[in-house]
Each structure stands twice: as C-alpha cells, then as structure tokens.
Design a protein around this ligand. Structure first.
Ligand SMILES: *Cc1c(COP(=O)(O)O)cnc(C)c1O
Length: 301
C-alpha cells in the first residue's frame, strides 16, 4: 500500500543549480502523492487499533489517500468534501469505493458534518496534524540514506505542515542537522508569514492555484520547528508554480499539482545558492487532482 519510491538524479535541475539534485518521487505512490506515507501510516495504525470506519473531510490528496486505504484495508471510508472540491478528486475517491458527501461552501462546513460521524469505531483521519502521519513521512529520509544519498539540504512544499514535520523528524532520527527549504505560493504563505513574524499566525484568507497548500494556519508542530531548526521560508508566484509543472512534465514525464510545482519552481528559477558538492533532496510530493487540461486552463488564466 505504501511503496519505497525511486530517487532520481535530475540532470536538468542539477545543471541549473550547479549541484546534485535528487528527486524523491512520492508522485509514484499508489494514491499519487506523499499523503500515502502520512495517511497510509495513520490508517494502518488505526486499523490495527480496531477502527471500523474512516472519516475524512479532505477534498484533496488526503481524502484520496483515506479512500485508497479504506479500499485496501477493507474498511469503509466516508469523506465529506466542500462544494469547491474538483470532480476529478470526487471521482477518484468513489472509484476507491469511498462514500463521498458534498456538503458546505468551505472546508470548515464540510468538516463540521464529518465530525458528527465520528465515534469510538469511526475514526477521524486528520489531513496534517497527527503524530502517526509524521511517523510515516519520516521514512522518506530512511529510504534516502539506504539508497546511499546523504542530503545537504531538503526542499519541500508546505500546506498544513505534515510533510515538513515528518521530514524534520526523519532528519533528527538520522542525526542530520541540515537546512529545510519550506516552499509556499504567495497566496498560501501561512508558514512563511509565521516565520517572518515569529508567531503562529492564521491567515485571513488563502488564494491561488495551489489549493493543496491552502491551510490558513500550519499545525503547531510545524510552527515550533521554525523556532528550533534551520527552516528557510521561500515563496513563489502561482505563475512560477504552473510553469514549473509544465517544465517537469517535459523533463521528467510526470504530471504534478501546482502544490508540488511550487517546490520545483525554486529549482527551475534558481532561488537558492548551493555548492557544487551538495546533494539536495527534493520531495516531489505529486498530487492526484490535476489533469493536463486543468493545468492548461490555469496557464491561460
Ligand atoms: C498535502 C500536500 C502538500 C502539503 O502537505 P502538508 O503536510 O499539508 O504541508 C503538498 N503537496 C501535495 C501534493 C499534497 O498533497
């Protein structure tokens, strides 16, 4: 259900950045994103604890992973999503046998209904704020080291902060004290704003194409990490994120969401300075709710 992902050296991105760029291809997970690591681990844990049902309110890759895990573990999954959720995401969840209820204009409304279904056997799977999610993500670093790559820095995207939390945990476990570049789009910069202000802020609104990164506030753990570790915030524009998706499709024949394109944009547009001997680990977080048609639509807007 959760695969060991390939790690590939990108010649194109290595040349642009004059160092070694390693792509950890979480896009190849069966559900199409790194959420298979986080949600996959949490669902497996709760199944062992006797969960009879999974409840989620994510209209994005977290919900898709919950649906996938429910199908694989033969545990029914109910996912309440807001009206803004793409038909593609709903179709994927239903394909996996999940019950999908469309309710509410925004996520908080969908989430309120989802919480009403929760009981001692019907377990709520949080999209980003749970230790079991982070434990699953941390394995990305174990695998990287097993494959003989000792990273000098990691580049990743931030939404609610589970990817950041899990990668940071994996680095600590392997005694690697290296910087993490935490990338958001300008319209979803909840972590970057928190870093600048030194406070665990909540944005009034989030905007733009990187819907998967659109958390108004990162989880407490992610904010605390910014106070303890070398976490460098970077933002890109929506345009840069989309442009990077197209370039990546051509260079690496893989279609990813703008949420992942944000991370790739920092490398295509050389926003950091690395040394020639550096091994930079890039988490290609992927994303299943994108189509070429949608990407073309974004780019024409
Ligand atoms: C969830 C997700 C993110 C953001 O992860 P967080 O743990 O919420 O910070 C980034 N990219 C993709 C493709 C995702 O599915």
């Amino acid at each position: 259900m959760i695969i060991k992902t390939p790690i590939l050296k990108s010649k194109t991105l290595s040349n642009i950045n004059n160092c070694n760029i390693w792509l950890k291809m979480e896009s190849t997970q069966p559900s199409g994103s790194f959420k298979q690591r986080s949600i996959g681990n949490a669902c497996s844990y709760y199944a062992e604890q006797g969960a009879k049902k999974f409840i989620s309110s994510s209209g994005g890759n977290a919900g898709i992973s919950v649906a996938y895990m429910g199908n694989s573990l033969n545990i029914p999954a109910t996912i309440v999503v807001p009206k803004t959720t793409s038909q593609k995401a709903i179709d994927i969840m239903r394909q996996q046998g999940a019950e999908v209820i469309v309710h509410g204009e925004i996520w908080t409304e969908a989430n309120e209904l989802a919480l009403q279904f929760v009981n001692s056997e019907a377990i709520y799977i949080h999209p980003f704020d749970d230790q079991y999610l982070w434990d699953g993500v941390a394995k990305i670093i174990d695998e990287t080291i097993e494959d003989g790559i000792i990273p000098s820095a990691v580049v990743l995207s931030v939404g609610g902060g589970s990817l950041l939390s899990g990668i940071s945990q994996g680095l600590s476990k392997n005694k690697l004290n290296i910087p993490i570049y935490a990338v958001e789009t300008e319209g979803t910069a909840s972590l970057n704003t928190a870093i600048k202000m030194g406070q665990h802020i909540k944005l009034d609104k989030v905007t733009g194409v990187a819907t998967t990164l659109a958390a108004q506030q990162v989880c407490k753990n992610a904010f605390e990490l910014t106070q303890l570790k070398e976490i460098k915030g970077i933002t890109v524009t929506d345009e840069e994120a989309i442009d990077a998706c197209f370039k990546f499709l051509d260079d690496h024949r893989t279609l990813v969401e703008p949420a992942c394109g944000a991370t790739l944009a920092t490398l295509y547009n050389k926003k950091m300075d690395f040394s020639p001997s550096d091994n930079i680990l890039v988490i290609v977080c992927g994303g299943a709710s994108i189509s070429l048609e949608q990407l073309l639509k974004y780019s024409s807007q």
